[in-house]
Each structure stands twice: as structure tokens, then as C-alpha cells.
Design a protein around this ligand. Sequence first.
Ligand code: G6P
Length: 625
Amino acid sequence: MCGIVGYLGFSQAAPVLLSSLRCLEYRGYDSAGVAVIENGQLAVLKATGKLSNLEVLLAEQKPQSTIGIGHTRWATHGVPNNNNAHPHLDCTGTLAIVHNGIIENYQTLRSELTGRGHLFKSDTDTEVVAHLIEDQLKQTGDMLTSIRHAVSRLEGAYALGVVSQRFPETIYAVNHRYSLTVGLGDNESYLASDSVAVRQYTNRILRLEQSEIAEIGQGVVKLYSFDGIAVDRQPVVVDTSTGAFVIDKAGYKHFLLKEMHEQPTVMRQTLGKYLKHPNAPVDFSVGNASSIGSESCAVNLTAEDLSGVHRILVVACGTAYHAGLVGKYIIESLCGIPTEVEVASEMRGRDLLVNQHTLTIAVSQSGETADTLSAITEAASKGSLTLGITNRPDSHLCHITSNLIVTECGIEVSVAATKTFTAQCACFYLLALYIAERIGSVSPERLSQLKGELLAIPILQEQVLSRENEIKQKSLRHAGARDVVFVGRGVNYPIALEGALKLKELSYIHASGYAAGELKHGPIAVLDRDVPVISILVPGALYEKTLSNAQEARARNAQMIAVAVDGDDNAQKTFDTVLSIPPVDEFFSPLLTVIPLQLLSYFIADHLGRDVDQPRNLAKSVTVE
Ligand code: G6P
């Protein structure tokens, strides 16, 4: 987590750093800080809490400088306070470090450095890096050598930005198993953890590869390996014209509300990119449309490859994990290939049972989630075929998967994922159709029918969103809940999990999602008047059983809420509140049923005065394991 930025040029650094940090605030908002060189002296300004606090400080202090680095923090080591806020300094106060990642051996290094007389001012793992560089700088006087020596002592995954008043015309950056992008303008350079922050200024960008050090001057950059060998790689020119990176609420009260409303458009874009009409094949060979530059998006799995796939493994975290669970249901139904879904962090420290007959799919909105990246890397090392589903074709995930599907969502600013979830689900429908087409598991007629139904989903999503006011009014009846239980069966079981996650993330009301059949096996014990049950009830094979499970809850005096289709009289009779959606085939229903639950969570959270776009303790991109 955390976001790193840097600027070096002829303009005032502080406003550029601030604007770049604004693009990265989704990575953490526990504190923010900058280090600039003002009249030859290093000056550090930090503020606990949101970036707006740093903004006030910068407006008051108005540091005059054309070089600086900045940071937005999601606390890992040390509570969120000013001492632990980045940048961190060496003992001389002339060198500043910003850091993303974890230095795993920091305690050993800290003891060693303390023993040599270094004084530590924070509880962070980061600070050891400043002191390690300081030690070497004393001996060699050369920054590159000193940084190389420091990184040779570090264990873990990290990205760093470094400035020193002894070298006032250079920013140093280090990338080791993270992401860092350098942007080059005319006599100006930019640095950021996410290329979005750089693209607002320039279209010439250079990504640091793994284990590289960058020596950044005004409009120029030199790259080195950790061995000190110069790396010859030229910047790429990216298309910044599509507006895919525009960060604007477009009149909505929150980014979250805007992003929920974007779902039909996003769905049309994602479906339209890979499936032109019901009788066309799903085609993932199309280049990546969204302004990313060198990487292209393609799935090149032949019928022969796929007939050798005996098992599919999906790895993901959070909301992306729930999309994977929808994917399991879809793939198994259409392709008959056993599919398992694992929380990526649970793949660590155990022997992965994958081989060349496994297709491992990593799902990650950001493409930077450390747990997911580790899991897919390990699967690849065991010979598994790999496929990534992401919203960020410039992310690390795209470099380590052989096949790639990109969701066409544009930037998702709100920390809670909404439009990227439905787009990830859409990708699983497309992928299942693609596989089924190649292995012949579904007849051509049925395939065309399914494709037609899938292409019609955006219209139905629009109809759900048009009921926003009614959903708001009904949702607010339950804003006083102490706890909420979400239940669903089959393809809507993951939607129960996602509904519960959204409510927790946004409103801080505790919520749990269960397979509806599990309610009677324990969770039913928590039900009372203040613990409502939300059932997802869509006509189909599982309808009757889901309804029976709801009756069991009703008998315990719980307030009953359903997401049900128009005209469902049973739902109207059984439930206190019905959030209705247009009739939809059970198979495609997750693309609709999740929307009232997103809206319910949003309206309750907003009613309770929560910070819906940046809920407490969360970050959008979790780059630590
Ligand atoms: C964090 C976010 C979640 C997100 C998860 C996975 O926990 O708060 O909203 O679902 O990371 O992120 P990814 O970028 O891999 O989809």
C-alpha cells in the first residue's frame, strides 16, 4: 500500500506533488507528507489523516522548491501519527525516504544500526533504509553506490523514493517487486507508484522493472540494475487522450455513487470489446483499447491447450474473490471443468497442487495486490497456464500472466469496488463462453442464445439503477441494524458475500454472507429484531429452497429483506422489504442482484455519515502480503 510521488523540474514542486498524491490517495489515507529541497535545505512537511490536512499545511507554509518527493500512507508498522508519517530522515536530516512495501528484516537492521549509534524517530520499517544509505554515503560519497549497498541488505518487497540536499538535482527511485513509473516532460520529471498520477502531466513514461534503481534528472532518467549495470530502456509514449483517467465526480455526491451508475456503460464497453453480436465468437485477441501503451490484451488458449486443462484455479482477494466465485459457477456450468476459488493469501506457505494441466486465473482490479501476485507467480513456476483479469493493463499482473482480459471500467476511485466487480463477473461469462466454444461443451444454438442474453444485461442494469430512490427509501428502514445476515444460493451465494462485504466496508455495520442452506447450521442463532436477513431470491432451480430458508429466518422474528424479481408474489408475502429487479435468468442474475445491495450499503453508510469513498482503515490497492 502507500503511494510514492516525486517531481523535479522548473515549476513549484509542492502543487505537483499534491496533485499526484491526490491520484494515489486510494492507496492509503492515514497520513501524507512531502520532502522538498528549499534554498539548499531539506524541508519536510507531514500531516496525519487525509491529504486535505497536508494540503492546508502546504498552503500555510508555501515551500519554495522545484524538487521533492511525497507519500500517502496506509499504516503497517507503527500507528498513524506524525512521527510515523513519511518521509523519514537519516540522522543528519539531509536525506529523506518515502517507501511502499515492507522491509521484512527491519528489526535486525534497526538493532544493528542503533548499535552503531543511529537514532530512530519512528516505529516504521522504512527508517532503516535512510540510516543504511547514510552510513554508506559517509564512506563513499556516492548516492548510487550507497543505495545499491542499502538494497543489498534489505529483505522484502519495496519501492522507494529518495532525495538528499547533497544531490539537489536528482531524485533516486528503487523498485523491488513493486510498481513505479517515471514520467518525462521537457526538463521536468515525475515519479509515482501508479502511472495515473504521471499521465496527468506527460505521455512519455518509463516503468521501473523489478530490482532496478532510477537516477532521475530534469527530463532524463538513467536506469541501473541492483548490480550497478546500466539498463538501456527507452520511455514509451502512451495515449492519454481517451479520458479513461479522468478523475471527476460528474455531479454525483460521491465517486461511489457515480461508479455504481457507470455499471451499464462499463458492461457495454467490456462486453462490446470482446463480443460483437450473439452469433460472433468471443474474441480476446483485440488489442487493449484504453490508452495504456505497450501492453496488449489477449487470450491465446487454443482448443488443444484447453482440452489439456483438467482444473481451473481462481486466486483473488476481497471483492475480486467474490467475482471468482461467480466465475466458478459459470465455468463449471458451461465448460464442465472443475473450478476452485482460493483467497490468494491462503495460497502462501503451502504446496500448490497445480501443474501444466491447471489454468490459474488471477483476478485483481488493481493488478497490484501482493497476495494475488504471489499466488499466480507460484502457480506459474509450477507450470500452470496463467490468465489475469484486471482493470489496469499497465499493472504488474499483466507482466506475469500469459493471457490477459482487461475490464473496460476506467479508473475506479472509490475504495469499495462496484463497477469493477460487475465487469470482472462479465469477463467470467465471456471466458466461459470462449472456452465452451473451443471445447464444444455447449451447442452453437445455446451459445448464441446465452450471448444474446448477456448482451442484453446493460439495459436491465439501467432499469435497476433507475429505481435508486425507491431502493434508498426502503434501505434506510434498516439503517439501525446491529448486524446483517446476507443469504443466497448457487450463483447468488457470492452475491450474498459481496453484499455483506459492501455493507461492512461502507457502513461499519457488521454483516456476514452465507449460503442460504447454511443459515440453519449456526448463523440463525444471531437473529433477532435488530439483525435483519437479506435474501437473494431469483426464480430458477434454487428458488423454492431459498424461500424455505427465508421462512426459517422469519420464524425467528428477524426483519426480512429480499432482492427479488418484479411480480414475485411469494417475495411480497414473505418479506418486510422487497428490493425488486426486472425479471432475469438465474444464470445471469448476479449482474443485477448485486446492484440493489451496493445501493443499500451506500445509502445506509451515507445516512450514518460515513466516509463512503474512503472508508476508515481500508485502502484500494493492498500491496503488502
Ligand atoms: C482491498 C480493497 C478491496 C479489493 C481488494 C482486492 O482489500 O479494499 O476493495 O477488493 O483489495 O483488490 P484487487 O485490486 O486485487 O481487486
